[in-house]
Write a protein of this length. Structure first.
Length: 522
């Protein structure tokens, strides 16, 4: 504390206790350090029979060190995850190998109670792995470089475990990421309808909702709109009283963030004869299918080429037949052995999964690429099921029927993102002709630039649907939304405020309600 020069506002320690402790005496007398060192590391222990080790890091205002990276991370020799108020200057930092600064995304949940940066004044951090928890008295801001600061780091596994659970969600900027963008007017129309129905209490900017439309079709005039062009992107500022809105639609939009978070770090590859997407009833091939399951719903709504509108999924997702995704995935679940082969305790940086299914019969040239957000689904070579615990959550399932020639471009995109391959039974003959797929299945990772990629594929139908696959590795410092996908100007997503960058030419605007902030981009 002497290094940090605190203000002592009360003291009744007897002189006899003070006189035997020279630094405490200086502290109570209001002295300050005028000679180096201007930072300190002290180690103490609690008094129990099995004492807990505590490290105290401190710096004075004369030290120009930033305490989070220059002192704590350096001393711990670890990457740290930080929950703190933050300014616009200090960001996530991955410049020093093994000593990254990762920012915990807001909001967090502490034992079923939510907290957000707007109302939370705590500053704490944990290493990416280990058993240490640190409380810091200064926020993660550039100002603390020139101020005294103190951090108390407790080495106790249970404390670490509790805060590690809270800090599970970090900013996607320094993670591998994949985004799948489908250029199809009907899909755009239905998601655009959903995205327009937002609560009018959510708008700022003097009551204007900013909508970005990269489509070439015109719009009917709306009340109080202003229109101008940036490149090929049209921006409409629509007075919000002209939009019919509901709170339930806002909750739906929040769940649609799943569409923007297709970070495919668990993939199953299998070969089978069922290798095409299916219509809603699962009794006919389809070029593509998109299923959105709202929170609490067991069946969800499905969008397929025929019909052109959202339709009720005919069966609950746990049913083994008579719905699109059960049929498309039947080859993954069939011929299950007596013992379940599953994988336990797999951890990834992703909330999305995927399956590639290809037909290994000679004359057939088709494959199905299924992307979804459901943990533990599907389990290969066991009876088909849907995790009952996931009915409470909103989920998105997306299927594309492609030619087998499209698998290699998909592998190129996934190779950059370095996914974990959960299961694979693709024959060697199929793998050997696809060099990047071979690297992917062998667990190789991209170690040389480029660390981001854009791949173009098409579905197999007539007419074919163009699909763009954007991906980046964690070596890339681009934020997936504002820096990478937005450069292509073809992406629709919702993202939390801490991923927002105010870059006018990239057309990103915020929409706020209370302490929940979303950014809508098109």
């Amino acid at each position: 504390l002497f290094v940090a020069s605190p203000f002592i506002y009360y003291n009744d320690v007897p002189d006899a206790e003070v006189s035997t402790r020279p630094t405490l005496k200086k502290l109570l007398n209001g002295e300050t350090p005028i000679h180096p060192p201007f930072s300190s590391k002290q180690t103490i222990k609690t008094q129990a029979g099995a004492p807990v080790s505590v490290q105290i890091f401190s710096k004075s205002g004369r030290s120009k060190y930033e305490i989070y990276q220059k002192i704590i991370s350096k001393q711990l020799k670890k990457t740290i995850k930080v929950w703190s108020r933050r300014d616009k200057k200090l960001k996530s930092n991955c410049k020093i190998p093994g000593r990254h600064i990762l920012l915990v995304s807001s909001p967090i949940v502490v034992d079923n109670q939510a907290s957000s940066l707007e109302k939370d004044v705590t500053n704490w951090l944990i290493p990416e792995n280990g058993d240490i928890f640190c409380a810091v008295d200064k926020p993660y801001a550039i100002s603390q470089k020139y101020e005294p600061a103190v951090a108390v780091c407790i080495q106790q596994a249970n404390i670490f475990a509790r805060f590690n659970t809270i800090a599970a969600k970090i900013s996607q900027k320094y993670e591998p990421a994949v985004a799948v963008c489908i250029q199809q007017a009907n899909i755009f129309k239905h998601f655009n309808t959903i995205a327009a129905k937002v609560s009018d209490s959510m708008f700022q900017n003097n009551g204007y909702l900013h909508i970005f439309d990269s489509q070439s079709v015109s719009r009917d005039p709306l009340v109080g709109h202003q229109q101008f062009f940036v490149g090929r992107i049209r921006k409409l500022s629509v007075k919000y009283h002209s939009i019919l809105a509901t709170r339930s639609a806002m909750r739906l939009i929040k769940k649609l963030a799943l569409l923007a978070s297709l970070m495919l770090c668990i993939f199953q590859f299998c070969s089978a004869q069922t290798s095409k997407c299916q219509v809603a009833a699962g009794n006919r091939d389809a070029d593509w299918a998109i299923l959105y399951k709202p929170p609490g719903d067991k069946a969800g709504k499905i969008l397929v080429p025929a019909g052109g509108a959202w339709a009720p999924n005919p069966r609950d997702l746990e049913n083994v037949r008579e719905h699109s995704f059960a049929k498309a995935l039947e080859s993954v679940a069939q011929n299950h052995p007596a013992k379940t082969p599953g994988v336990i305790g797999i951890k990834t940086k992703s909330n999305s999964k995927g399956v590639v299914i290809l037909d290994n019969t000679a004359p057939e040239d088709s494959a199905a690429w299924i992307v979804h957000t459901v943990p533990g689904y599907p389990k290969p070579k066991v009876p088909y099921t849907f995790p009952a615990s996931e009915y409470a959550n909103g989920h998105l399932l997306l299927c594309l029927t492609i030619a087998e020639s499209q698998i290699e471009p998909i592998a190129v995109a996934l190779f950059v993102a370095a996914p974990f391959i959960h299961y694979n039974d693709v024959p060697d003959a199929e793998v050997s002709t696809r060099p990047t797929l071979k690297k992917l299945l062998n667990g190789e990772t991209a170690i040389k630039p480029p660390f981001l990629t854009k791949q173009n594929i098409v579905t197999k139908g007539a007419p074919a649907i163009p699909v763009q696959v954007f991906s980046k590795s964690e070596r890339s410092k681009y934020g997936k939304f504002s820096k990478f996908t937005q450069m292509q100007r073809t992406f629709c997503a919702t993202i939390p405020r801490n991923d927002f960058r105010n870059i006018p030419e990239n057309n990103i605007e915020t929409v706020e309600k209370d302490d929940k902030s979303l950014v809508k981009t098109r």
